[in-house]
Design a protein around this ligand. Sequence first.
Ligand SMILES: NC(=O)c1ccc[n+]([C@@H]2O[C@H](COP(=O)([O-])OP(=O)(O)OC[C@H]3O[C@@H](n4cnc5c(N)ncnc54)[C@H](O)[C@@H]3O)[C@@H](O)[C@H]2O)c1
Length: 321
Amino acid sequence: MKILIAGAAGFIGSNLSTKLLKDGHQVWAVDDFSTGKPENIDNLRQDKNFIFANCGIETEDFLKFCFDQGVKFDQIFHLACPTGVPNIEILGEEILEACSNGTKNILHVAREHDARFLFTSSSEIYGESEVPVQREDYTGNVDPIGWRANYEEGKRFSETLVMHSVRKYKLKATIVRLFNIYGPKMSLDDFRVVPVFLMQALTGESITVHGEGSQMRTMCFVDDLIKGLCLVMEKGNVGEAYNLGSDKAISMLDLAKEIIQSTKSESKIIFTPRATHDHNSRMPVLDKVRALGWDCNTDLQTGLKITTDDFRRRLATYHIK
Ligand SMILES: NC(=O)c1ccc[n+]([C@@H]2O[C@H](COP(=O)([O-])OP(=O)(O)OC[C@H]3O[C@@H](n4cnc5c(N)ncnc54)[C@H](O)[C@@H]3O)[C@@H](O)[C@H]2O)c1
């Protein structure tokens, strides 16, 4: 198949590109490197079936790339959006642009190519949840003028754009709401909790837990996630949203301890003030995606070991450079 991936140089996009190329597909890939890294796709760029453009999805260059190739895309994965909590402010305009004009552009491409379309939304669309577990029909509790709104409302607006194309233009689109994902190819300087704790553990720095570390999160390994994305793309019901992630919760303090143990680190845990906008808990209901035949199979210990090996390898090269 001919597949377009927006956000292909990112953590998930580069893992997805690798998998689709391995399965024999041709991949057209786009990224503006706002949070993705060239080294994530260096090896893929040697493959003649990986055609890359360095541009933002909100630009004319992106549209030109999609329409000048002389091919019809069968599937489009839209993953393009800056990530990482501090970037909600640092890259606020870029997030809003990707989620509005960017999503509008890529939906236009999907309609013209008559491609199946999948949008990676986020558990953040549920905001500060008033319910202990989030089903897809929970409409969320987001403050439109709150600190996290650039990302939360950006993703919500993108979902609305997708649904508009489904209703008005009969686009064959699905939405996946990702809960915390981790694994190889996360940036060494990523702001998310697993890479931050891992880097601190591997370099012997203190592990910084926010507040008392009682915040509960669920962690899904990227290989499981990729299987889920491909499954929803193939079999998901058009016009529906699917939660994707793990439903095994761990507190951030226990995650820090787990990482110290799995890396055999001598790092100490220290407690730092917790941001007021930090959400208390996230827990997906996964019945819909399980009904399609998916599950999150990799346990945390196994996933952390694979991720640690990848971080160790990259850290070694990093120091040599
Ligand atoms: N990893 C998670 O835990 C998680 C959780 C919820 C949602 N998501 C969503 O999944 C998607 C992929 O996330 P990730 O973890 O791989 O993050 P990432 O930051 O590694 O990947 C996002 C990629 O999109 C690119 N990008 C950003 N804006 C762009 C634009 N305007 N045009 C082209 N490319 C652009 C970035 O450079 C980056 O390579 C994102 O949309 C993210 O919001 C991820």
